[in-house]
Design a protein around this ligand. Sequence first.
Ligand code: HEM
Length: 335
Amino acid sequence: MHPLAALAFCLCTAAMAAAADLRPGYYADSCPQAEFIVRDVMRKASFRDPRSQASVMRLQFHDCFVNGCDGSVLLDDTPTMMGEKLSLSNINSLRSFEVVDEVKEALEAACPEVVSCADIIIMASRDAVALSGGPEWEVKLGRKDSLTASYEDSNEIMPSPRSNASYLVDLFSKYNLSIQDLVSLSGSHSIGKGRCFSVMFRLYNQSGSGKPDPAMELKYREKLDKICPLGGDENVTVALDATPEVFDNQYFKDLVSGRGFLNSDETLYTFPKTRPFVETYRDDQQKFYKDFAQGMIRLGDLQSGRPGEIRRNCRLVNANKHSFIGYGGKNMEVS
Ligand code: HEM
């Protein structure tokens, strides 16, 4: 069995066993203000930097796909552990970790060592969508934070912008996620930005042809050619749809008119199995909202079943006699 398939299988079976432990209102007694605190910090972050909503929401995908929703994506590297932040999909791309830190600080001040970083990602992602004008949903909570993170697993699992819809249907199915989940969750690209790096091959050398992707609408391509010239700065960013601060179904309208930014986005329209969902969401924003919320809950159910803890700082595992923590350039054995 392919290692990813084996992992996904074990994740799905573990998810079924462990997801039962997740429930709404998990912190009702231990930290009744938890959800208000998260929403408040997210609201302040959106005033400072509207894109932070998209960036925080993306963390749910990158956390949950790699060994379940366990806050592993938030761990900084240490001398003995290379984490997920520098993996192929995450380096120079994942951002707004400081917003999660801010949420954690506020929660630690109110209820020390109660709310996990993994749950913060789940609550903050829900809030990011709601604060951007999208749907609201009730989140299930009670996750633990991982004791480690894996650079290799992130590299192995996270899809690249070159992925096409057929590959993504297979990938999502390994997590028990349906075609509907794939297309509705891709609607997360209704907010936020991507780098030129992620579109260059579509502009200048699609599938090694030396030519642009024919699925891209001409005017849109001309616009991207100017923002992302060959040999230019690949870290320049471009909106993922025409309304990048509003969580709406504009993304699906854009896909239908050949204005999808990523290959993985546009192929959702060109691939026959995913196309009907794109058309439905283009015509029916409420249906998109409903399926998206359901998809986020299903994504949030992925659990590894491994042991965990409530981290005091989302970037570090808690110090105990077995831990070896690199901090500020110095290594210290903690006992
Ligand atoms: C279906 C497969 C997916 C692929 C191949 C994919 C790939 C990407 C890529 C390449 C970028 C731009 C990164 C860059 O250029 O720096 C991006 C951005 C983003 N992704 Fe995805 N993604 C997928 C699914 C998802 C899902 C399921 C979510 C959330 C539930 C999500 C949320 C986001 C958000 C919000 C952004 C913008 C982030 C920002 O502005 O900082 N993506 N994605």
